[in-house]
Design a protein around this ligand. Structure first.
Ligand SMILES: NC(=O)c1ccc[n+]([C@@H]2O[C@H](COP(=O)([O-])OP(=O)(O)OC[C@H]3O[C@@H](n4cnc5c(N)ncnc54)[C@H](OP(=O)(O)O)[C@@H]3O)[C@@H](O)[C@H]2O)c1
Length: 299
């Protein structure tokens, strides 16, 4: 049996959908059924569950909320991960921790970053996730740390990130201002989940980057979305100073999957193919009678 924390989010939804792809049954938990900040609950669940693996997704992923509420960020992303790691260590379960490209770029380096580059987070979210990595490294004997990039996934009901926002803007038909001075590597959550499945099967523990291939700005993504859905909406490239936000963003969160390449199991597609696949998935999920402004943009 494999325990999954934070299974109600963008990435977690694919574990539910793809559960038959895993060699063991998945025990999907969310904040209500397993709050990772609750040490006694985490400890007893993992000790008594007899899990071979724990896939730890649960996190506060709102980067700006993390910046203004650092205690909340560290309590969830660092302390919560420490709880899961300690319990896995005690139970000798393999821990898979999803980390982030946000551990890079705080020093102005542009990457694309590989597993051998030294992390330097630009904001509280990145620092808290990096603390989580440290806890995993120190407390668990057998672990996979899997760093993902700009997440795409979840569809109309769960996507809270940039693709959903761009789709809503494309659907509105109004001019879009899209940032072109920050870059990253998109990561389609469906491919990430299948990649984690394949990585677990190797038993080759360690640190991995797992993103779609390519380095893009939000402007690049917006242009491809508009062209894919047949929209002629005007997209204007702008600097990030047009949108002041609480959390500073690194100029680059671009990554390369060097270790997966060495192992010969890098099956992540190009960012263009991944985005196209996600938009097709969105169209199917939206259905003909639930068309919102965002959905109309995809059609
Ligand atoms: N989103 C990205 O761009 C991105 C990029 C790279 C890596 N990652 C990492 O990938 C993992 C999955 O993220 P995601 O994209 O699926 O984000 P998500 O949609 O925000 O999902 C995270 C889930 O964790 C849950 N959660 C928050 N606090 C919790 C707690 N104390 N106990 C249990 N569950 C809790 C959330 O529940 P609520 O909905 O109730 O808050 C949410 O369902 C995270 O570890 C994240 O750091 C994400």
């Amino acid at each position: 049996m494999i325990l999954v924390t934070g299974a109600n989010g963008m990435v977690g939804s694919y574990f539910a959908e793809l559960s038959a792809e895993f060699p063991e049954e998945l025990d999907l938990t969310d904040r209500d059924t397993l709050d990772v900040r609750d040490w006694p609950a985490v400890r007893s669940r993992i000790r008594d569950g007899g899990y071979s693996h724990v896939i730890h997704l649960a996190a506060e992923t709102d980067v700006d909320r993390c910046e203004v509420e650092p205690d909340h960020a560290y309590r969830t992303n660092a302390f919560g991960t420490q709880n899961v790691a300690l319990a896995c260590g005690e139970a000798d379960a393999v821990l898979v921790y999803t980390s982030t490209a946000g551990v890079f770029g705080g020093d102005g380096a542009m990457g694309p970053f590989t597993e051998t580059d030294a992390p330097c987070p630009a904001n509280v979210y990145g620092r808290a996730k990096l603390e989580g990595e440290r806890a995993v490294e120190h407390l668990v004997h057998r672990y996979f740390i899997v760093r993902a990039g700009w997440m795409m996934g979840g569809g109309p009901s769960r996507d809270k990130k940039f693709v959903a926002k761009i789709l809503a803007q494309v659907g509105s038909g109004r001019e879009i201002m899209a940032v072109n001075d920050k870059v990253g590597s998109p990561t389609f959550a469906r491919e990430l989940v299948l990649g984690i499945r394949d990585l677990i099967a190797t038993g080759r523990y360690g640190l991995y980057h797992m993103t779609n291939h390519g380095v893009v700005s939000r402007y690049d993504v917006a242009r491809r979305i508009a062209s894919t859905v047949g929209s002629d909406v005007s997209i204007v490239p702008v600097g990030s100073d047009r949108f002041p936000l609480p959390a500073p963003r690194a100029d680059s969160e671009a990554m390369r999957n060097e270790q997966l390449g060495y192992l010969g199991i890098d099956r992540m597609s190009s960012w263009e193919d991944a985005l196209d696949a996600y938009l097709a998935e969105w169209r199917t999920a939206a259905g003909p009678r639930t068309a919102s402004a965002a959905d109309r943009g995809v059609r």
